[in-house]
Write a protein that binds this ligand. Sequence first.
Ligand SMILES: [Zn+2]
Length: 410
Amino acid sequence: MRVQRSRTSAVSAPVRGLTAKALASPAGRRYEPAMTERFSFQLTARDGRARSGVIETPRGEIRTPAFMPVGTAGTVKAMLPESVRATGADILLGNTYHLMLRPGAERVARLGGLHRFMNWERPILTDSGGFQVMSLAALRKLTEDGVRFKSHIDGSEHVLSPERSMEIQRLLGSDIVMCFDECPALPATEEAVAKSMRLSMRWAERSRDAFGDRPGHALFGIQQGGVTRELREESAAALTAIGFDGYAVGGLAVGEGQEAMFGVLDYAPGMLPEDKPRYLMGVGKPDDIVGAVVRGIDMMDCVLPSRSGRTGQAFTRRGVVNIKNARHQEDPRPLDAECSCPACRSYSRAYLHHVFRAGEIISSMLMTWHNLHYFQELMAGLRGAIAAGQLDDFVAAFEAQRAAGDIEPL
Ligand SMILES: [Zn+2]
């Protein structure tokens, strides 16, 4: 809170030509050639602790609060890039760990970088690889220098360090680069979380040095410290002393539960500089997203809409719909009558049920499209509500619709 008050004046400048309507429209703004060669962030509206704004990059604008679909291995599974864009996404996330192993960062660089390789010309944020090394790789050896590990694909040996992570993210051509950090596995003692956080802060400084000066590209620091307020304070102080273009709240959404996560989000974002984007990594379900935005988060990413789409789960205004359930097998109604995505506009629940049961590829395509569309509509709704100063009403309507549940079976 202290930081918020002292920096308020630095972020009050409005963005030229950016109206509340534009903020609220998911895909209403056509791509225009970049007006900027710099990375910048401007807040345009606030409602309580919630903020709305725009990140400008040479590859286009990112309207915040933003949800970033995850393109793990150079693709958002089951979606063409232009379809992802049509849902309203301004930015994608790519995974350093996956791309360094296959096809390899040097190869992507020789092929013109990740944007050209995967045919997505808008901004890309890459994670540092740290989290996935801890969760996916075998035979890890963690030292002050970095992590030595074996690939989960073929057992080959690799090293990730702050310097190598910065190099890989540069080779990929990432617009927003994340510091290399360690995220301790839960459950962990406070002592272990503190030790890990301090290592991550030393790695943050090495990441900053290795990143260097790259106009138009951003480096984000990652706050750690688990659910301990003092450790979050210490981490925020260390990061802001180094200085980053944006700050992530890390170490959440790793199994601590929503209540504990919201508990940290009640204070952690306020410890970070007011005039920089705040990114909550790996979040989340629609109610997690709404709760995080209410608490001052500007950016999020999650595999949930795409992964759940492939397993027959649809996120709707009325909560989760499991399309595999027998109740849908002769239901001619759309998944969500108010949704304008292709799955809802042109297909029945009965068809979506059938293609899921039959294992048809179009099932993943339609369900993923719907879910990504729903998530982006939710973000557009949040942006519009913040701009209008009506976030409380928006959240109340969001909760009431979910409480009402799915439409009655026929
Ligand atoms: Zn839909």
